[in-house]
Design a protein. Structure first.
Length: 349
């Protein structure tokens, strides 16, 4: 059997890249056993115009957002599901210094506004900052819906990929009885151990989050204090997340769950029930920019990965750039081009 591309991994990156390639008339066979939740599935899909403790505008925000909105709206229409929602985010200041940092950016950043009243049920002794608009992506509807779409076209292979059976040929690659022009790795954190890309400077970290049922009717407002409280609809809220740079296991930890439950119960005085506790390893990179491109010595093998905490904002535009590169030879943006790590990759045997 012949395909244009084999894609290994159907998280956010694999879903969006296969979508862009199929838009261009290419046949993509996607491998993913879906036996472990990836970072895309655990995330709430938040798109925030500012980042960090200094509330700096996110890198390339305007053009990234334009493409993200277009992509999620188009895929949502294809799947018959609304994938993108608009929110206001209320940041509860933790100190005078926190408020000062926010206010110092307010005059130059239209997304920021210092407000007087905290949304119920929060106390805010140092005040509140409003960040709007923000957006959230229905992550489960996106990934599960695109999986069903791939299944409908017989393009989803729900089994682990066996790297030992991959062969490189003069015309591309061969895997078992399948031939393709190229193979693209979209395996999230697992690509840090991939035989072709294990030398890339990944900066893996663990994140945990809860999904809880809460008696709050406001389904637009996001609250950010110790944790983020993001409405998912139908009385469910995503609460998270943690950032652990040292961890023994990718499984959910009791300590994080207990801390979030104490915050909800003791600080917010809310009744709640825990619906889900998830954890995953984020595929961040050392320079906070994606890995996009082909291996310098194995030109039939590429990678689309490393989106980190901004994945739902970054991935749509870079999936489009990568698809243009693969199909038309259009140069990749230098900031994401894999060639910036060519020396590390050339150490591959």
């Amino acid at each position: 059997m012949k395909y244009d591309y084999i894609i290994v991994g159907q998280g956010l990156c694999g879903s969006l890249l296969s979508y862009e390639l199929m838009k261009r008339g290419k046949q993509c066979l996607v491998y993913d056993p879906h036996h472990l939740p990836g970072a895309s599935a655990i995330a709430c899909g938040l798109i925030n115009p500012v980042t960090g403790k200094r509330f700096v505008r996110s890198w390339w925000y305007d053009k990234l957002l334009e493409k993200a909105q277009e992509t999620y709206e188009h895929i949502g229409a294809l799947l018959g599901n609304c994938l993108i929602r608009t929110h206001e985010l209320y940041h509860i200041f933790s100190s005078e210094a926190d408020r000062s940092a926010f206010c110092s950016r307010e005059d130059n950043e239209l997304h920021l506004m210092d407000v007087d009243i905290a949304p119920h049920p929060f106390r805010a002794p140092y005040g509140v900052g409003r960040i709007a608009p923000c957006f959230s992506i229905n992550t489960s509807a996106l990934i599960e819906g695109w999986k069903a779409e791939l299944d409908r076209h017989n393009l989803m292979c729900p089994e682990p990929f066996d790297w030992q059976q991959l062969e490189q040929t003069g015309e591309g690659i061969r895997y078992k009885n399948i031939e393709a022009q190229k193979l693209i790795c979209c395996g999230g954190a697992s690509d840090a151990h991939n035989p072709f890309f294990k030398n890339l400077p990944f900066s893996l970290n663990k994140g945990e989050a809860l999904v809880v049922s809460l008696p709050l009717t406001d389904q637009q407002t996001i609250i950010q204090e110790k944790y983020k409280l993001v409405p998912l609809g139908e009385g469910l809220f995503w609460v998270g997340s943690s950032f652990e740079w040292s961890y023994d296991s990718a499984r959910p930890g009791a300590a994080f769950g207990a801390a979030v439950e104490a915050w909800l119960r003791n600080d917010l005085h809310l009744n709640f029930s825990v619906v889900q506790h998830g954890a995953a390893i984020r595929p961040s990179t050392i320079d906070y920019r994606p890995f996009v491109g082909l291996h310098p010595t194995h030109s039939a093998i590429g990678i689309f990965n490393g989106m980190g905490t901004k994945g739902f904002l970054l991935a749509p535009l870079f999936a489009c750039h990568f698809a243009d590169f693969l199909c038309q030879g259009t140069p990749l943006p230098a900031e994401a081009d894999l060639t910036r790590f060519a020396k590390a990759l050339l150490r591959h045997p």
